[in-house]
Design a protein around this ligand. Structure first.
Ligand SMILES: *[C@@H]1O[C@H](CO)[C@@H](O)[C@H](O)[C@H]1NC(C)=O
Ligand SMILES: *[C@@H]1O[C@H](CO)[C@@H](O)[C@H](O)[C@H]1NC(C)=O
Ligand SMILES: *[C@@H]1O[C@H](CO)[C@@H](O)[C@H](O)[C@H]1NC(C)=O
Ligand SMILES: *[C@@H]1O[C@H](CO)[C@@H](O)[C@H](O)[C@H]1NC(C)=O
Length: 297
């Protein structure tokens, strides 16, 4: 490192120290920060009998408390962590996230009934009125659907390319808990030697409140032994199968996908020319400057 570089680094440390002293000194007589609501879903729809969760998250609550109130009829429901009204099916759940200075106050309504529908207000107790309104809709009848399970994907695949199967399991009331995959009668476990490091199972639930659970099975660099019957089984005990053929077409012109395994690693080396510690210092300095500006606003 050249001498001038060294001086620049030293100078940065001095600025940093100065900013630190400034910021930490100011905390002793911290400016008052107004509480504010964090955006949460404010139009909740559930079916009769389900549990409704009305969320209210406040930042910078300070010493104040959060109050839930039903707007019509006007009933105070909760204060802080306590129920104010004795309503059997309602409870309150408070989670504090000190790291972000957040307090999340959930109003939980078990076995929701259409009579619970309406507007609910989350308030911050203070002279000024801060409020956040949530609409709850409890639907009387839930539509009745037929359960279904479909499997889809690559039936013919050439050797070394990917097998990609999609299983869509739909329950009549709610999505199945889980989906399992089987190959020629054996459950596919991702750490089995046959599947390890090249088999991925990705699951997601569709809409909310979803009735479908979708599972995507991807087997990379397929081999002849991967051919056969794949079964998708939902936890509702519904099953479907699909037969996959691995074609070993022309051994001479196989496109082996070795590159994809090594690819991401080789990118790393190129980007390490300037001193990493100087980057860290620049970044810390940048953050400290932002903190300084915010505190002084
Ligand atoms: C709230 O959701 C219900 C049911 O999905 C819908 O009918 C209603 O229009 C929504 N209200 C608002 C204000 O978005
Ligand atoms: C699933 O198969 C049907 C026909 O059987 C096809 O129309 C549809 O596009 C396929 N979906 C996916 C995700 O492959
Ligand atoms: C597998 O199929 C799904 C759904 O068709 C698609 O979203 C995904 O990108 C595919 N993955 C691969 C590795 O081909
Ligand atoms: C899964 O099946 C359900 C019911 O048949 C359908 O509504 C939904 O769109 C399907 N999802 C996908 C990703 O194919």
């Amino acid at each position: 490192m050249a001498k001038t570089d060294f001086l620049v680094v030293e100078f940065k440390w001095i600025i940093l120290l100065f900013l630190f002293v400034e910021v930490s000194g100011r905390n002793r007589y911290k400016k008052y920060i107004e509480p504010s609501f964090v955006q949460e879903p404010n139009n909740i729809t559930v079916y009769k009998g389900q549990t409704a969760v009305l969320k209210c998250t406040v930042e910078n609550l300070g010493p104040k408390t959060v109050v839930w109130r039903r707007m019509s009829p006007n009933i105070f429901l909760t204060i802080g962590e306590k129920m104010y009204a004795e309503i059997e099916e309602m409870s309150v759940d408070v989670t504090r996230l000190p790291k972000y200075d957040r307090v999340q106050t959930d109003l939980i309504i078990k076995h929701a009934q259409p009579s619970h529908s309406g507007l609910y207000e989350c308030q911050i107790s203070s002279t000024k009125i801060y409020n956040y309104i949530v609409q709850l809709n409890v639907l009387d009848t839930r539509p009745v659907f037929e359960p279904a399970l479909t499997i889809n994907g690559t039936v013919y695949v050439s050797k070394y390319s990917n097998i990609n199967l999609t299983c869509n399991a739909t329950g009549s009331l709610r999505a199945p808990e889980d989906i399992d995959w089987f190959h020629n009668g054996l459950k596919i476990r991702q750490n089995d030697p046959q599947w390890r490091h090249r088999t991925y199972i990705y699951k997601y639930q569709q809409e909310v409140p979803g009735r479908s659970l979708v599972s995507i099975l991807t087997v990379e660099r397929s081999e002849e032994r991967d051919a056969g019957t794949y079964i998708c089984r939902s936890s509702d005990k519904d099953t479907q199968s699909i037969t996959v053929h691995v074609l070993n077409a022309d051994k001479g012109v196989q496109k082996r996908e070795h590159g994809s395994e090594l690819g991401p690693k080789s990118n790393h080396q190129a980007s390490r020319n300037s001193s990493p510690s100087s980057h860290v210092l620049d970044f810390v300095l940048y953050l400290a400057t932002i903190a300084f500006v915010i505190v002084n606003r």
